[in-house]
Design a protein around this ligand. Sequence first.
Ligand code: ACM
Length: 547
Amino acid sequence: MDNLIPAPLRIGANTPGEGFLPDRSTTLTAQPGTETTERWLRAALGAAFGLPLDPPRPGTKDAGNTVELCLDPALGPESYRLVVAPGTGVRITGGDSAGVFWGAQTLRQLLGAEAYRRAPVASGPRRSVPFVEIEDGPRFAWRGLMLDVARHFMRKDDVLRYLDLLAAHKLNVFHFHLTDDQGWRVEIKRHPRLTETASWRARTKYGHRASELWDETPHGGFYTQDDIREIVAYAAERHIRVVPEIDIPGHSQAAISAYPELGNTDVIDTSSLSVWDTWGINPNVLAPTDNTLRFFEGVFEELLDLFPAATSPFIHIGGDECPKDQWKASAAAQARIAELGLRDEEELQSWFIRHFDTWLTARGRRLIGWDEILEGGLADGAAISSWRGYAGGIAAAEAGHDVVMCPEQQVYLDHRQDGGADEPMPIGYVRTLEDVYRFEPVPPGLSEEAARHIIGTQANAWAEVMQNRARVDYQVFPRLAALAEVAWSRLPAPEERDFAGFERRMEAHYARLDALGVDYRPPGGPLPWQRRPGILGRPIEGPPPNV
Ligand code: ACM
C-alpha cells in the first residue's frame, strides 16, 4: 500500500485486520462496461495465482469473497476508487472503463510481486490485500512512451510486452515510430516495396555514428497489417491509445530507396540510395511533388484503416529534422515554391505539413508532429510533440494548440542515465532516475489557459544504439516508472518532490520488474552483460541547457 507506483491521489486510513486474501472460491463480478478489466484480471491475476476468479453462481450470496467491478461516471475519466473492506472483498469503481482498469493495476501492486508472474510460484497469493480505501485519477490525459522500431526493429511479441509494461504503469499512449531513414516497418499493400525492400538494410553502424564498427548482419523486419491490427486491439484492451508515426518529409531515405521518384531526382540519383545504415540527420528528403502527396495519401489511407479513430484520434506525421539543402538545389522544388507563392523552403515544409493536416482533419483525425511543424503556422486542431526543449511547446500552447511535453534534455530515454564509464554506448546528457522524477511537464510562467493545452507528457526512446529488447529495457527502465509518476500523480514542484520516498517505493517496484523479466538498469550500475566496452557512444558533457 505504501509502495504504489505511480503514487495514488489519496490513501484512506488502514482498517485493522488481516486484509483480503483471494482464494479458489473468490468470485469476480463485472458490471456491464467493465469487461476489459474482467478479462484482464482473469488472464493476469488468475494465471499468476492459479485462481479461476469465476463469476458468481446465479442465486448465491458471495459472502464477501469477491472482486467487484463497477462504474460511477461521477468519478471522472480514468479515475477509480478501490475499497477493500472486511466482509465485502474488493470493490473497484471506475469513472469509466479505463478507470476500472487502472484500479485493477493498483490491486495487482497490492498483491505483491508474485502478481506479475505468469504462473503460480505458491498455492495462491502469499500476501493479502490490506483493508484500505484508495481514490485515484490521473493528472494528465496523455501519458506515453515512444518506441523507435525503425532504427532497430522490435518484433511484434516485444511490442505486445511493452503494451503490458505501459499498462502496469498506468500509461495510456503508445507512440509507434514506424518509419525512418533506416527502415520502413508497416505493410502498405498498394506500395509493396516499402516492406519488400525498405524494411531491411544490409548492414548497421554499431555504436554512434563516429564508431568505426559495423554489424554486417542484415537487419530488418516489419509488421503485417494483421500484426498492426493485433497490436492496436491488444492496446485497446488495455486502454492504451496508439499514435502511429509516419515521419515526413525528412527521415525518408528508406521510402525513397524503394521508390526513387519520391526523392529529389534532379539533385541526386535517388535510384542509387539504399536503406540508410548509419545515424544522423539525413539530407535525402521527399520531393514536394504531386506524386509524393498522392503516394503518402495512399499510405495514410491504409493507416487510417489500421488505426481506427476511436483508439487513434491522433496521427503523427513527424516533420522533424528536414534539411532543406536538396530543395534549395532542386529546380523542381524551386518551381514549386514559385508556383505556390511561398517565400522559401521553410514555407515549403509548412505547405507539405498543412496538406496532410487538412487531409487528416477532413477524415476526422488530428495531426500531431514534432515541434518543427510549428514554424510555418498550424491548422487549429493540430498538436505538437515538444522535443527540442520547452520553447516549442510553450509557443504552441500560447497559440492554442495542444502539446505533449517531451523535451530531449529531460525525457529522452536513449540518453545515458549515469555519468560512469560503464554505461553501454553512452549518448546524450546524463539523465538519472532522479532527473526524470523531477521533470515538470508544465513549465512555470504559462498562463492558466495555455497550461490547459499541455495535455500530457511522454518519454521517447530512440533506438540507434539499442539493438534488441534487453538494450531497450535497460534504457527505458527504471526511468519510465518515474515518468509514469510524473504523468499520473499530483507531485509538488520539482525541488519539493520526495525522491527518497520514491526510491523506497522503487524497492518494491524492482521486485515487480524482476517478476516481469525487465532488464532494467540496476541502481548500482550495469551488470557485466549490460555493458558494451569499447563501443563508441556520443555523450554530451555538462548539464542540459535550460530550454
Ligand atoms: C527527434 O528527436 N528528432 C524528434
